[in-house]
Design a protein around this ligand. Structure first.
Ligand SMILES: [Zn+2]
Length: 172
């Protein structure tokens, strides 16, 4: 059985200072770590999956958050520091979870992948709810503590504990 790296929402609107929903300095600090993990997974020929928020212009999510990551916009693109390769998988999502309304589960199962490694933002939103959906589907989930970030330290810590204690993820 195989493993895959899920790089969650490392997009201009969240990670670039000019982005419309900039997470903050924490999101910039994890970039070198994530780059290194991407290289490691590529070297082992294990899939790197870029999970990308990609919203309709009038998406329901904008009732809660300012508009961000609108399909086709600069804000919805992966930050230039993380270079995409043609073999990478891109999963576009409209909700927090990378599994909701996407082909991620099918993609992983077709490749016999049962172990997921998560990095990206925000720890307490898209990372947490992707981890939840992955665990409920029976995947083994590992969270790189140095590869996830949020806008608020206390919710970041809460989400890490929730993933460990309630969802059974491993923090590494
Ligand atoms: Zn969103």
């Amino acid at each position: 059985m195989g493993k895959a790296l899920l790089v969650i929402d490392m997009l201009n609107d969240f990670v670039d200072e000019k982005g419309s929903l900039y997470v903050g300095e924490g999101a910039r600090k994890v970039i070198p770590f994530i780059k290194q993990k991407i290289e490691e997974f590529r070297k082992e020929a294990c899939p790197v999956v870029f999970v990308c928020d990609s919203h309709e212009k009038d998406d329901r999510e904008f009732e809660m958050f300012p508009p961000h990551c609108i399909s086709g916009s600069w804000g919805s693109e992966v930050i230039s520091e993380l270079e995409l390769k043609k073999e990478d998988k891109i999963v576009k999502k409209r909700r927090y979870s990378a599994f909701y309304g996407t082909d991620l589960d099918l993609y992983l199962r077709e490749r016999g992948i049962n172990e997921l490694f998560l990095v990206g933002v925000c720890t307490n939103i898209c990372v947490l709810y992707t981890a939840k959906d992955a665990r409920e589907r029976g995947y083994s989930v590992k969270i790189y503590k140095d590869g996830v970030a949020s806008f608020d330290k206390s919710v970041h810590e809460f989400a890490l504990q929730e993933m460990k204690n309630t969802l059974g993820c491993e923090l590494i």
